[in-house]
Design a protein around this ligand. Structure first.
Ligand SMILES: CC(C)(COP(=O)(O)OP(=O)(O)OC[C@H]1O[C@@H](n2cnc3c(N)ncnc32)[C@H](O)[C@@H]1OP(=O)(O)O)[C@@H](O)C(=O)NCCC(=O)NCCS
Length: 150
């Protein structure tokens, strides 16, 4: 099914948070941790994080989104989510390319955090050029930091 990418705007946040919550339940179950940040984020927090934000639509339905958090020359790719019934169909790859393309010109490095046991995600990031550069632990979950130059 074809999808369309466009900037995610304030009006889309309710729908996008609903998709994000649905998408991240599988990660919460994988790590038996219901309080991971994408699942406890509020509408207000999401609204405040739209500087670099991309959505994916199939027809009128929002099926995914991702955000970029810029800090100097680095941009974190965060809250990467695709509706469960659309996962594995290429929407994620499109969103990742879309958020990278939307980064402001000063950004030289993209980075992200993923679960150390989330091998499907790591494969996607690896194919997109990200490499593991470190580890950290949060909420009892071992995490991998990955990055790539622009
Ligand atoms: C991660 C995610 C955004 C990827 O989007 P997607 O649309 O499923 O990905 P695509 O179809 O573009 O790419 C498929 C690749 O993504 C990876 N992948 C990650 N999760 C996947 C899933 N649930 N189903 C299918 N592929 C998945 C695989 O590497 C797959 O490649 P493969 O076909 O060789 O197995 C999406 O699966 C999702 O929302 N997952 C739950 C939330 C999450 O884990 N977010 C990222 C946290 S770091």
């Amino acid at each position: 099914m074809t999808f369309r990418l466009a900037p995610l705007l304030a009006d889309h946040v309710g729908e996008a948070l609903t998709v994000q919550r649905a998408a991240y339940v599988s990660e919460a179950q994988r790590y038996t941790q219901p309080l991971i940040p994408p699942l406890v984020e509020t509408v207000a927090e999401f609204q405040a994080d739209l500087r670099v934000a991309i959505g994916a639509w199939v027809g009128h339905r929002l099926v995914g989104s991702v955000r970029g958090r810029v800090d100097g020359t680095r941009m974190e790719v965060a809250r990467f989510s695709v509706a469960p019934d659309h996962q594995g169909t290429g929407v994620g790859r499109g969103l990742l390319a879309g958020v990278e393309a939307a980064a402001p010109p000063e950004v030289a490095v993209f980075w992200l955090i993923t679960g150390a046991d989330s091998h499907d995600n790591q494969r996607l990031y690896g194919r997109a050029g990200y490499v593991a550069v470190g580890e950290r632990t949060a909420l009892g979950i071992r995490l991998l930091v990955m990055e790539k130059p622009r």
